[in-house]
Design a protein around this ligand. Structure first.
Ligand code: CAA
Length: 258
């Protein structure tokens, strides 16, 4: 991977870790930064030493949203040609599970980035919001779509139309996030959560995530057909043979990831 300007990255014990790092702008996302995040995610997706991706951001904000300075003088045609949201679409194509650990403020595009991940752990002081309405715009990277799928129309509209801040507890209650932990334990808990998943057979992780993604848009019938093909496919893997033999022989399985 090249050395990036706005993010840091590292591989630790099977976890491909990406940290937003633009502290002077509270990790606000400019187009280059989104490209960097996507490039790092894709590189980890193809790196056999990485099993799970972990995304973090420190300081006052996990992320203060899209870069308003960069956006302010945009025109519809400039944005059409730049087609920046195509980079966001690539995040949805990452096959490995993405865990996101958030703290502080999670705003606008930062919230959309979180909604593009698979699992979210937050420290108890975290506040989420979609402030776009107060800027005379609206979310453009999936906010109205992904939030509505998760929390339903009524809450999604409340949060999107007011721009009000939501606490970590509310986000948990409405199934936007998986866990809330004490502030000082966020990093440790995030790595533990990521490790719990990273221990599982890689091909199961991949095909489970893919099937759950299909459930977001397919009919239950189509989804079930897709699911069973993935189920059948796993019977071509070493880890299926090993997992089942180990159970029958009453020993611990040793998974190889193929
Ligand atoms: N874009 C660009 N710069 C930003 C930024 C953003 N989204 N958020 C913060 N910054 C910059 C500030 O301009 C400031 O820069 P200077 O030091 O050069 O003045 C620096 O980061 C620190 O921020 P503040 O001084 O404002 O810090 P604060 O503690 O007083 O306030 C804050 C923090 C409440 C997060 C405030 O910065 C804020 O409201 N930021 C904007 C949040 C926002 O509206 N985000 C949504 C963007 S729209 C979007 O995301 C669209 C989409 O869907 C794609």
């Amino acid at each position: 991977l090249p050395s990036f300007t706005y993010i840091r990255h590292e591989v630790k014990d099977g976890i491909g870790w990406i940290e937003l790092h633009r502290p002077e702008r509270l990790n606000a996302l400019n187009r280059e930064m989104v490209k960097e995040i996507v490039m790092a995610m894709e590189a980890f997706d193809h790196d056999d030493t990485v099993r799970v991706v972990l995304l973090t951001g420190k300081g006052k904000a996990f992320c203060a949203g899209a870069d308003i300075e960069e956006m302010a003088d945009q025109t519809p045609m400039k944005m059409e040609v730049a087609n920046q949201f195509a980079d966001w679409d690539r995040l949805g194509l990452v096959k490995k599970p993405i865990v996101c650990a958030v703290q502080g403020l999670v705003l606008g595009g930062g919230f959309e980035l979180v909604l593009s991940c698979d699992l979210v752990i937050a420290e108890e002081q975290t506040m989420f919001s979609f402030p776009e309405v107060q800027l005379g715009v609206m979310p453009g990277a999936g906010g109205t779509q992904r939030l509505t799928k998760l929390v339903g129309k009524t809450k999604a509209l409340e949060w999107l139309l007011t721009g009000d801040r939501i606490t970590a507890q509310e986000a948990l209650q409405h199934r936007v996030i998986n866990k809330v932990v004490q502030s000082e334990q966020l990093e440790e808990e995030a790595f533990r959560f990521a490790h719990t998943i990273a221990k599982q057979p890689v091909l199961s992780l991949r095909l489970i995530k893919e099937a759950v993604e299909v459930a977001q848009h397919a009919s239950i019938y189509e989804g079930m057909q897709f699911e069973r093909k993935n189920f059948y496919l796993l019977f071509d893997s070493y880890d299926q043979e090993e997992g089942m033999s180990a159970f029958l022989e009453e020993r611990k399985p040793i998974f190889k990831g193929n």
